[in-house]
Write a protein that binds this ligand. Structure first.
Ligand SMILES: C[S@@+](CC[C@H](N)C(=O)[O-])C[C@H]1O[C@@H](n2cnc3c(N)ncnc32)[C@H](O)[C@@H]1O
Length: 270
């Protein structure tokens, strides 16, 4: 049975996936092309649109629709960007993605029109993810993006000490990687003195509505891949203790992979 432990994650992301992104970016930079949008699109073309089908069946807002793969990938990204931007206000000082990989979500969100002059942090476990993100950041001088090392199992938010304003935490299929998240992770966020909003895009539809959905996500698939099994129950516990309020829950909202589709959940400390 697969065990998503430290070695497994390092092999999958630090050694296999993110170095390919670094190589692609290096080639683009060496050719004299420093365009961030083109870099992100090249990554999509090379690594994300792997299907040889023209059309795929996806779930969007409970409806099954047939869409082109490019349309699905771009639409999904735009949806994520829009949801993050909707959380911004005039006091927002930083947007922080945790488990950020090569940083695509924050770079796209910035390009999509998120506040230009705030801080962006990509907190990532793997060195190669951080290098890839730093390479992307070097292509766009006006984005204030910083990669930092982070481990969900030992959460540390000391880097936020100098930030006093509103902050937004984002996760996109990264808590997925943590079979059992410790409640301490959320407690550290709740203890921050800042005004905080959190939004998760994670495959937890089956945790939210165990019996209602046959497609989108399932406990069986999560167990098979040793994906997260307790994100929703932790947040429910914190809500019952009145430590947080939940703003929005959209189970299995966008499912490009119908077995591991994305639910959206946003909350804030009360
Ligand atoms: C499926 S990828 C998603 C990356 C990014 N959020 C995205 O949407 O492109 C999962 C990411 O979680 C990171 N990750 C896995 N275990 C982690 C841990 N213990 N702490 C922080 N990040 C972790 C992996 O290195 C990887 O970059």
């Amino acid at each position: 049975m697969l065990q998503r432990n430290r070695n497994f994650v390092l092999r999958e992301y630090n050694e296999d996936k993110w170095p390919l992104v670094i190589d692609l970016l290096k080639k683009q930079k060496e050719s004299g092309d420093n365009n961030l949008t083109r870099a992100l699109n090249n990554i999509n073309k090379e690594f994300r649109n792997k299907s040889n089908k023209n059309f795929i069946d996806i779930i969007f807002d409970k409806q099954e629709v047939k869409l082109s793969v490019d349309f699905s990938i771009s639409g999904n990204q735009s949806f994520i960007c829009k949801k993050i931007i909707d959380k911004c206000n005039e006091k927002t000082e930083a947007i922080i993605e945790i488990g950020s990989g090569y940083g695509r979500n924050l770079f796209w969100t910035w390009l999509y029109g998120a506040p230009k002059n705030i801080k962006y942090f990509g907190l990532e476990f793997t060195k190669s993810g951080r290098i890839a993100a730093d390479t992307l950041a070097s292509m766009e001088k006006s984005i204030d993006y910083k990669s930092l090392s982070f481990n969900f199992y030992k959460p540390n938010f000391d880097f936020l000490n100098s930030i006093k304003g509103h902050i937004i935490f984002v996760t996109v299929h990264s808590i997925e990687q943590i079979p059992k998240l410790d409640i301490e992770f959320f407690k550290k966020i709740i203890e921050l003195k800042n005004n905080v909003d959190c939004i998760h895009f994670e495959p937890i539809g089956w945790q939210i509505k165990p019996n209602n959905f046959k497609k989108g996500s399932s406990q069986q698939y999560a167990k098979m891949n040793d994906y997260n099994t307790n994100l929703f129950s932790l947040l429910q516990k914190l809500k019952e203790k009145k430590l947080i309020s939940i703003q929005e829950i959209l189970p299995n909202f966008i499912c490009i992979n119908q077995k591991n589709g994305t639910s959206v959940l946003s909350w804030r400390p009360s």
